[in-house]
Design a protein around this ligand. Sequence first.
Ligand SMILES: NC(=O)c1ccc[n+]([C@@H]2O[C@H](COP(=O)([O-])OP(=O)(O)OC[C@H]3O[C@@H](n4cnc5c(N)ncnc54)[C@H](OP(=O)(O)O)[C@@H]3O)[C@@H](O)[C@H]2O)c1
Length: 263
Amino acid sequence: MRILVTGATGTVGRHVVDQLLTAGATVRALTRNPAAARLPGKVELVRGDLGSPTPEVFDGVERMYMLSIGDPARVTELAERAGVRRIVTLTSTVATHAHQETEQAVEKSGLEWTHVRPGMFSANLLDWAAGIKADGVVREPHGDARQAPVHEQDIAAVAATALLFDGHNGQTYSLSGPESLTKPEQAAAIGEAIGVDVRFEELSPDEWRARSGVPDLVADFMLDLWQRATVRPEPVLACVEDVLGRPARTVTEWAAGHVGAFR
Ligand SMILES: NC(=O)c1ccc[n+]([C@@H]2O[C@H](COP(=O)([O-])OP(=O)(O)OC[C@H]3O[C@@H](n4cnc5c(N)ncnc54)[C@H](OP(=O)(O)O)[C@@H]3O)[C@@H](O)[C@H]2O)c1
């Protein structure tokens, strides 16, 4: 079975590729720049842009992992025409316009579909790596925001399961990690994995905006998300365990796989 993986060079997509290869699938990976892709040799690399997709990309493909990029109606139409029978989308628990468009395009098609909607990726905690390396301190606003980071390999495992196996058609899987943690708790969970006492220092939103250099649009989005998570903690959701039959991985387990980034 040939499966097209879009976003194959991304945080989740790389793990989707690995897990599909391990299961014996034929993987075609779409990238704008094959020379920089650094994907396993077995992968069929295809150059393409989801902003201007071409029909050849979908030739011989039966199933597809689809990111919310470009024109999802056009991507879905070309895929269906080429004989793709199943699409698994990667969207988000935070429904942006792009994610909604993608989910709607797939639902309107005649194809089997599954939506994988993660919350905050554990991989976002790599943003803390420089501070932790420098002096063991994480500096951010809204320390009492509770989030439930989900391991990118767990997200990929749910997507790979829905791509490979039946029984997931028409399902929307909202994913979280196994614990809803404040930022000091997340920092301590990383500290536990790397054997360093990691502290959290509260910044005001304006201090963080000035120090982080994050573009205004992204900073606004993050500050709003964190502020809301102080009032309404992100819930722990059961989908990873329901689909995979094992618990979701903790922040400490995630950090244990990234010790080199933090120490
Ligand atoms: N970070 C979070 O906490 C979080 C939480 C929930 C949902 N999400 C969602 O996750 C998605 C991102 O997934 P990710 O983190 O695995 O990816 P990522 O690491 O952000 O990488 C982006 C991927 O998209 C590909 N790409 C970008 N523009 C493209 C285009 N025009 N045509 C074709 N491919 C293109 C890139 O491929 P090439 O560069 O190789 O072309 C790359 O593989 C986003 O939709 C985001 O909203 C993120």
